[in-house]
Each structure stands twice: as C-alpha cells, then as structure tokens.
Design a binder for this molecule. Structure first.
Ligand SMILES: Cc1cc2nc3c(=O)[nH]c(=O)nc-3n(C[C@H](O)[C@H](O)[C@H](O)COP(=O)(O)OP(=O)(O)OC[C@H]3O[C@@H](n4cnc5c(N)ncnc54)[C@H](O)[C@@H]3O)c2cc1C
Length: 359
C-alpha cells in the first residue's frame, strides 16, 4: 500500500521516472490483512507530526479515490458513513469533550451521543455499558487491497514500471562525495536497476535491506487476526451503517450482511526477527475479539464465519511510527516504512511527504 501510493503520487510528477520492485505481487504483505479503517478526526492525536500526517491523508483521500476510479475504471469499496466509537467509561468523557472542542477549532466535526441516541441510530448495538457514543462523520474505511490494486493500475497507466516477484538483494554505491554515500543501483537476483533516488517502502523487509546498507533500521512484526462474518440481513438501519469501534475492536460493514471484525494485537516474544516473523496466530485471541464484538453487538452471535486471516504489522523499534526520512549516511535513499497500525490511513500522506522530500 505504501509503495503503491508513493509510486502513484510520483507518477504525477512529469520529471520523475519510477520503477517499483516488489518480491511479491500487489497488496500482499501487511496490507493484505488490513481492515482499512482510517481514524483521523477520532484519534487522540491533535498536534505534531502524527496529526499532520493523518490530516494530510484525510484531505488527499477525498481526491485520491475518485481520481483513481476515474483513471482506472475500477471501483474501490469504501464506507463513508463515518466511525462510531463506543465509550464505556464515564471517566473518559472529559477527554472526548476536550477532543471535540479541539476538532471543532480545527474545522472537523465530532459528535458526542447519549446512549439513547446511539440506540436510536444503531439499534443493533447494546448500550448497557455504554457511557457515550463518539461519532466522527468525516472518518471512513476503504478496502486496502482494492485501493492498492487501483494505485498500481493508475501508476502503470501514468508510466510507472512494476517488477513483481523480484526481491531486492543489494545495492550499488558510488564512492562517497563528502560525508554521504550515494546509491547508484538496486540489485535483484537477476537484474541491476540504475537509480538516482531510492525509496525503501518494504515494511517488514526493511531490516535486511538497511543492513545491506550498513544502517540497520529495525522494523518488527505485531500480529493481527481478523474474521469475516455473514448474517442473513444487515444489522441496524440500512441507511446508517458506520464502522463501529468498541474496546479497540472494529466492526466494518461491507454490505449484503457481510462484516469484518478485528483485529487482535499480538506482540512476539523477545526473539530474533526471523523467529518473530514466524510467529503463529493464537485461536483464542481471535475468539476474544469475536466475543468482544458480540458484547457490544449481540446479533453478531448469529453470524457465520466465512473467513479468518492474520497478518503482521510493521512496527518500528526505537522510534515512532511511521518512519519517513532520509537514510542516515546516504544522500539519495529514503525510508517510508514502519506504519504499524495505520498504514492504510497514512499511505497517501506518506506519498506526499516522500514526494516533497525527493523533489
Ligand atoms: C489485522 C490487521 C489489521 C489492520 N488494520 C488496519 C486498519 O484498519 N487501518 C490501517 O490504516 N492499517 C491497518 N493495518 C496496518 C496496515 O496493514 C499496515 O500498516 C500497512 O499495510 C503497511 O503497508 P506497507 O506497504 O508499509 O507494508 P506491506 O503491505 O507489508 O508491504 C511491504 C512490501 O515490501 C515488499 N518487500 C519487502 N522486502 C522486500 C525486498 N527485499 N525486495 C522487494 N520487495 C520487498 C513486500 O513484498 C511487500 O509488498 C492492519 C494490519 C493488520 C495486520
């Protein structure tokens, strides 16, 4: 998702010629597992880099999706009915009120609903333990695979060259001029691709690539599991189907009685990266998430699970997510990685940030 977003954004710059090398095919990796929930306005980040990235993505998304659909003719499934977050602790209400005030000042809406208002709008939700509902109409959800595929298709139409199923295995460097080294080419097992700018958007592949450049940048996995449920009829009111979040568990309506529920957040034991990457999902953790969703949406208990999956989120170690910056010691390599839990949300802003850094 991140690499595809960067490729597309750069494809809009006439002076730039882009080649993407990926060891897999589009929308695998972490992106394949994501639910695509984009929490910008409803997040508690209100200033600094993280908020600026969220806000920039929120704005870019408004034009990006219609732009991609028009260019490619592909439809990108999304839910634009907002995000409703259930607050179970009345002690948390002052924090939400303060966020509401800040967002208002920033030009965004955030609504605080009494439990009766939540029940009225979403009769499928149990409000027994709910202190309030926080409704963010400007936040949304988008299908990560469809979006990534559309980004790739659009970038290709704009002249980007994609080389899939090819691992980057090394780099070629020129003699350093001054303090910084300069990368002149990227090696795959069978090819050498000349380059005068290199962007590493490799998620969990970041450490070996940066080790090859003698600047190890650790990005480790945090496992996430999710499931898809089918119900005979959609829940609640057909005209109001927002994404719901309770206790950090998302319920994502997909239409036709289908829902995604997720996700677990499972940290690996303190081991090597290889062992962490091999970690296996624990069935009970997914069961807990399912039960957590049923607790706030009881009708989910009647659903049939049609799919279960897991993925590994790329989490930077020793620095904040995401990592978008020049690689130390090089004048022409940039990192755009470690998006951890928000890569779908932050991919468009990352692409703009990389474009700004490059150009
Ligand atoms: C269960 C789950 C739910 C999630 N839900 C959300 C959500 O609701 N909202 C949200 O914003 N985010 C969510 N995320 C997080 C999101 O999936 C990630 O932050 C995002 O996908 C990261 O994108 P990426 O492109 O950096 O990484 P990836 O999708 O992992 O892509 C990295 C790419 O690099 C390639 N690569 C690596 N090494 C090499 C190499 N040596 N040579 C060539 N290619 C290489 C890989 O093949 C891969 O294609 C979720 C994640 C999980 C697991």
């Amino acid at each position: 998702m991140v690499g595809a977003a960067i490729a597309y954004e750069l494809s809009l710059c006439p002076q730039v010629q882009v080649t993407v090398v990926d060891r897999s095919v589009p929308a695998r990796g972490s992106t394949a597992a994501a639910l695509g929930v984009a929490m910008a306005v409803i997040s508690h980040k209100v200033k600094g880099r993280n908020w600026k990235l969220r806000e920039r993505s929120l704005h870019r998304y408004q034009t990006l999706i219609p732009e991609l659909e028009a260019l490619t003719g592909q439809t990108i499934q999304r839910n634009t009915q907002g995000i409703l977050s259930l607050c179970f602790e009345s002690d948390d209400l002052p924090r939400w009120r303060s966020l509401q005030e800040i967002r208002q000042g920033q030009g965004y809406q955030l609504k605080l609903w009494e439990p009766e208002q939540v029940r009225d709008r979403c009769p499928h939700l149990s409000t027994d333990r709910v202190a309030a509902g926080i409704y963010s109409p400007q936040d949304f959800q988008v299908n990560p695979k469809e979006l990534t595929q559309a980004l790739v298709a659009a970038a290709r139409l704009n002249g980007v060259e994609f080389r899939f199923d090819q691992s980057v295995v090394g780099f070629e460097q020129a003699e350093p001029v001054g303090e910084d080294a300069f990368c002149t080419a990227v090696h795959t097992a069978s090819q050498t691709i000349a380059a005068d700018r290199v962007i590493i958007a490799a998620g969990l592949g970041t450490l070996p690539l940066t080790q090859a450049l003698n600047q190890p940048t650790a990005v480790g996995p945090v496992l996430g599991q999710a499931l898809r449920l089918h119900l005979d009829a959609p829940l609640g009111k057909p005209e109001f189907q927002p994404v719901v979040n309770g206790h950090d568990i998302h319920l994502v309506p997909l239409g036709s009685g289908d829902y995604w529920v997720g996700a677990t957040v499972e940290f690996p034991p303190e081991t090597s990266l290889e062992e962490a990457l091999a970690m296996q999902p624990e069935a009970e953790r997914l069961e807990d998430v399912q039960q957590g969703a049923i607790a706030y949406c009881p009708a989910l208990a009647t659903g049939t699970i049609t799919h279960r999956w897991s993925g590994l989120r790329p989490r930077p170690q020793g620095q904040a997510a995401p990592v978008i910056k020049p690689l130390v010691g090089y004048s022409n390599i940039w990192l755009a990685t470690g998006h951890y839990r928000n890569g779908v949300l932050l991919a468009p802003a990352t692409a703009l940030a990389v474009r700004d850094l490059l150009l």
